[in-house]
Design a protein around this ligand. Sequence first.
Ligand SMILES: Cc1cc2nc3c(=O)[nH]c(=O)nc-3n(C[C@H](O)[C@H](O)[C@H](O)COP(=O)(O)OP(=O)(O)OC[C@H]3O[C@@H](n4cnc5c(N)ncnc54)[C@H](O)[C@@H]3O)c2cc1C
Length: 258
Amino acid sequence: MNVVVCVKQIPDPAAPAALDPGTKTLVRTGKLIMDDSDNYGVEMALQLAAGEGDEVTLVSMAPGGETSGLRTGLAMGAARAILISDDALAGSDALGTAKVLAAAIRRANPDLVVMATESTDGYTGTLPVQVAELLGFPSVTFAKAIAVDGGTVKVERQTEAGFDEVVCPMPAVVTVTAGVVEPRYPSFKGIMAAKSKPVDVVTVADIGLEAGQVGATGARQEITDVSKVEARAGGEIVVDDGNGAARIVTFLEELKVI
Ligand SMILES: Cc1cc2nc3c(=O)[nH]c(=O)nc-3n(C[C@H](O)[C@H](O)[C@H](O)COP(=O)(O)OP(=O)(O)OC[C@H]3O[C@@H](n4cnc5c(N)ncnc54)[C@H](O)[C@@H]3O)c2cc1C
């Protein structure tokens, strides 16, 4: 079985983030790391593709030929990676990104595609279903457990009340939620092995797309304005002198909560 995991490489959330004043998008010029959300997808894929001949392939779109985050996934145990990196991709919106990922995934000919429910930096949560639609694959979201049985995938799909059991034919796109598996730490041996694992770095033309379909030229979304979040107003401190409960009720009534 061939499982593809989409891995987003993002600026380290521990470092101060900056927006480009011109494009109003996140500055991604420094070293990128594997999004923590994708740790769970990589771990889930490695557990599913643990049989003879099974393989996990990572797919990422990132600027500057960045592979640091991919090496983390390779150190965990993925066999190979495809990186789409091209100056023409600057300014890609969500749909443009989905077109690129779908085209690269098609090249890998997967039985299953695993993605995170949402990324840590963009968190639109729209990419997985867009990728599934472009590939013509069924999609199942919010998986807390995945099992493969012949040509079908069985998913326990998280709901507010518990979970639904969803069965669908493969190939399929499945999104996993954070915390559903315990991601392994890359071993020293894994880190050393990752250095020589194949990373196929491809351009927009290599995956059969035209520059006008992606990047700022192909984007249908535009960030028109960015503003600072309003500072929080100081709260009101009520000292309970015997009528504290009544004061809370009045406050909730004012908010029209009760
Ligand atoms: C007008 C506009 C211009 C933009 N310009 C840029 C730009 O110049 N540079 C830039 O980096 N971003 C840019 N962005 C942001 C970019 O479009 C989003 O980061 C991208 O579409 C992914 O969205 P998301 O992170 O919200 O995905 P989500 O839907 O939240 O992601 C869900 C999952 O999909 C997978 N995934 C998402 N993105 C990738 C990826 N790149 N590679 C592999 N897997 C992935 C991961 O598993 C992720 O957890 C721009 C956005 C807009 C609207």
